[in-house]
Design a protein around this ligand. Sequence first.
Ligand code: AMP
Ligand code: TRP
Length: 349
Amino acid sequence: MTETRRRVFSGIQPSGDVHLGNYLGAIKNWVELTERYESIYCIVDLHAITIPYEPEELHDRVLDLAVALIASGLEADRCTLFVQSHVPEHAELAWLLNTVTPLGDLQRMTQFKEKSERIKAVSAGLLNYPVLQAADILLYRADLVPVGEDQRQHLELTREIARRWNARYGELFPEPDALIGPGRRVLGLDGVSKMSKSQNNVIPLLATPEELDAIVRTAVTDPARVARVDPGNPNVCNVFALHRVFSSPAEVEEIEIRCQTAGIGCVECKRLLAGNIADELAPVRERALELRERPDLVREVLHEGAERARVIARETLAEAYDRMGLRRNMAPTPAAPAAPAPAATPDPA
Ligand code: AMP
Ligand code: TRP
């Protein structure tokens, strides 16, 4: 097979416990994409510091997210997984791209507007967030970027930045295509809003079966079904929506009928769901437990991932610097292993 495979790149923020929304909406798809594409996935810690955060917690969050991603199937033999700040070329390219990005484009971004309404001290980092995202993608000259619907605008801006840079300095960056997932928007326990840490309505990916049982029990079902004897409407029930994902077709059909005829109560229905989620995610949880015991192993995966990513990143960045007329007067970087430097020779002018 000599045909070069197309390259996928995506990033995820280390913003707290990974939940079923992240898993069904993003991670599962990422794992599937590794079958068909050269896949590079990045834990974007530099993006995470654009809003107020605790430095001491960030380390753990990055490691926890890495555990969840690897346990979900993003093993080192299938993809390149690394942490953004371990590859300094991201921040460097972002700076270069900032110089071709119109201020007005950044001020127009929906996500910037939303976040800056919530935050008291809005930093320039928050405004420049999409430029760093463009750098993430363009550094690897990625063809495809799997993201949720909410990132479409950032992807469009990435394409625009690539076009502007190419027009000014010559073709270097391909315009990446967004790969908007199968559109699975997972609702939270409230059954109304998107499952999200900020909404406090999540089912954590790595919960134990007991925890799952307790958490799912709090899920809101058909609000019109008040008493056990009332028939329910599965079409307005998020517990049923999750059954569609985690239960067998036969079970889904049976639950649908029994709900509509008051043959099953919500408590039992939720217990069944919690059990099925636990069963499906058991291998992920087991692998995560192993990895949590071996943080050294996780760090090794991330280190190796960063090394691999840097090979590509360095090459793209060197080309970008050169085209922009930068670094040409620098002594060439010695190829590793470096020749021993002569003692105390003054720099050539
Ligand atoms: P976040 O941590 O919210 O930035 O989400 C990380 C990834 O998970 C993004 O690709 C989101 O599109 C996806 N995601 C987050 N929440 C949900 C949800 N409730 N339903 C579907 N996808 C989600
Ligand atoms: N902004 C993305 C999100 O919130 C995360 C992200 C950062 C990203 N860099 C990226 C996604 C590059 C795709 C490609 O979900």
